[in-house]
Design a protein around this ligand. Structure first.
Ligand SMILES: [Zn+2]
Length: 364
């Protein structure tokens, strides 16, 4: 049996940027102003996302016929389509159409033609803490989809434990292809480039974005790295078959990221001014893990959970001022100066003037 040691995982993570429109924080979809009862979906507040139309083939065919007729025709040509659709076939078709429609590329650059003809997908319902969620993997010929699927399942369950809040999305769709990028897109779609379908770290990073999309870009990327590492570290002694284990270790990860930032030649660049080429990912990791060192792992976990709760399952954006407020709530009195100093140095670029200005502005 093949056994995968994720020895290259951390290294390959340095090479694979997770950037693009899909990583942008979503626009706020609610306001703090009370809304008229008639349009206020009271039930949705404080609840995970509920996506409509998943697996609704008729709706998807009608909706995407004008732009994705090529993919629709390919589905209609298949014997497995003509003899009636099972539940998982319906989900495969609807998710494929919704996925390709989210990208400007031609349909068959996003979905491999053989994935359609040979039904190259794996699908399962995962029993999580509060509810079952669906996992769909659409892969390419030659992929070891079973191994990849086993890892995705284990990491999803572990991430829910690490964050401590119910898994947000009812369905996750991972698509393998020649994308030149790995990224998380809204509605639970993940693109995995050919390079990386068995990179435990990259898969875990993209899955972590199911939680971490509502903050500033640097925060989302840093949290995705950290929660990927924590999840794989937790699974290292009991890895899913056929994985042999993971070399993830949060302290080693911190040290390695710090050495990269220190050697970069611009360790003092503000997080808000960095791009991926300026060591944004590494600097965000170092910032957040320094914060974790100061306030302690338990307090960091609680604060992170509060940040996510404050976003209301990513319906609201969380800015830097709010982040500092929340982390300060979990900081012992003796460490307040250190935490504020860290934010001033790496986020605001001053001696606390901007944070105080924002406090006055908010009247807090
Ligand atoms: Zn990312």
């Amino acid at each position: 049996m093949l056994r995968y040691l994720a020895g290259l995982a951390l290294l390959s993570a340095l090479l694979a940027a997770c950037v693009g429109g899909g990583d942008e924080p979503p626009a706020p979809t609610a306001t703090l102003e009370p809304l008229p009862t008639a349009v206020f979906d009271e039930f949705a507040v404080g609840r995970p996302q509920n996506r409509v139309g998943v697996g609704d083939v008729e709706r998807a065919l009608a909706r995407f016929e004008p732009t994705r007729g090529d993919l629709i025709d390919a589905f209609r040509d298949q014997g497995w389509f003509k003899d009636g659709l099972s539940e998982d076939e319906s989900i495969f078709i609807e998710r494929s159409l919704s996925f390709v429609a989210g990208h400007p590329e031609p349909s068959f650059e996003s979905i491999h033609p053989q994935a359609v003809s040979d039904k190259l997908y794996l699908y399962e319902k995962l029993p999580l803490r509060e509810r079952e969620v669906d996992l769909l993997l659409i892969y390419e010929p030659g992929d070891d989809a079973e191994a990849q699927f086993a890892l995705l399942k284990a990491v999803i369950a572990q991430l829910e434990r690490e964050v401590g809040i119910e898994w947000p999305e009812p369905i996750i769709t991972v698509v393998n292809g020649r994308f030149g990028i790995n990224d998380y897109n809204s509605n639970g779609f993940i693109r995995i480039d050919r390079c990386c379908s068995l990179s435990a770290f990259i898969l875990a990073h993209e899955l972590s974005h199911v939680y971490w999309t509502a903050g500033p870009f640097w925060f989302n990327e840093g949290m995705a790295d950290i929660y990927a590492t924590l999840s794989l570290q937790a699974l290292k002694d009991d890895p899913p078959d056929p994985w042999g284990g993971f070399n993830a270790d949060i302290d080693a990860f911190f040290a390695q990221r710090k050495s990269v930032v220190d050697a970069s030649g611009f360790p003092e660049l503000l997080l808000t001014n960095r791009f991926a080429t300026d060591g944004l990912y590494q600097a965000a990791d170092v910032f957040l893990l320094t914060l974790r060192d100061i306030i302690g792992a338990d307090a960091f976990r609680e604060a992170a959970r509060d940040v996510y709760a404050a976003s209301d399952f990513a319906r609201l954006s969380i800015g830097e001022k709010r982040l500092e407020d929340i982390f300060l709530r979990y900081t012992s009195a003796v460490d307040v100066d250190a935490v504020m100093g860290l934010f001033n140095r790496e986020v605001w670029g001053d001696n606390g003037e901007e944070y105080r200005r924002l406090q006055e502005f908010e009247g807090s």
